[in-house]
Design a protein around this ligand. Structure first.
Ligand SMILES: [Fe+2]
Length: 200
């Protein structure tokens, strides 16, 4: 078990880590918004960009409450998630597939943040920093909602369309009688029904 002193140090370290992670996200999200095709996806990412800016402001409040200088520490976890997402997105030629990959990349970042805020909320409570813990709780809820929203978008149409794109893979899947058959046929809904914009 960590001592309370070492837990206090760990908490401070994690606050610096998530502060840097949030700052990296404010730079990564505008690029994802630009590359996304579906209106719902663009709107969800745009909304989360605004929330992310608010999360940074809340962390600056936390630095103040913890009497720490408002300085981050390079978050390599977020850096690698963003790099990996960019690599995958860069390889996509089809709009629907790219949107599916953008959602996957954004959700991996969200899950990192959910894990971080969940951890520091517990540690802050253990150390009686209840005001700080309650700030983390607010942000944690918003991260979870952003993640849920992305899941909803993925389920509504993006992943279905990705399943039907490419070089005829879906026919192969249909022959094998896999569930992909359903996804591929659903994706033939008219664009208006799926809320998608015309292809670039
Ligand atoms: Fe955030």
């Amino acid at each position: 078990m960590p001592t309370m002193d070492s837990l206090e140090d760990l908490l401070k370290d994690e606050i610096k880590d998530i502060y840097d992670a949030e700052k990296q996200l404010t730079k990564a999200l505008p690029k994802l918004i630009k590359k996304a095709t579906a209106d719902d996806l663009k709107a969800a990412l745009q909304n989360h960009l605004q929330e992310t800016e608010e999360h940074i402001a809340r962390l600056e409040q936390v630095f103040d409450l913890m009497q720490m200088p408002p300085r981050g520490k390079k978050c390599e976890g977020m850096q690698h998630l963003i790099e990996e997402g960019n690599d995958m997105i860069g390889e996509c030629e089809e709009d629907g597939t790219r949107d599916a990959v953008i959602i996957a990349a954004a959700q991996k970042c969200e899950h990192y943040e959910i894990a971080s805020y969940g951890t520091i909320r517990v540690w802050a409570n253990l150390l009686d920093h209840t005001d700080v813990a309650s700030i983390f709780e607010d942000t944690l809820e918003e991260e979870k909602n952003a993640d849920l929203k992305l899941t909803e978008i993925a389920e509504s149409f993006v992943n279905e369309e990705a399943a039907s794109e490419g070089d005829g893979d879906e026919e192969e899947e249909e022959e094998e009688g896999k569930t992909m058959k359903v996804a591929a046929s659903r994706s033939r809904r008219p664009a208006a029904a799926t809320g998608r914009k015309a292809r670039r």
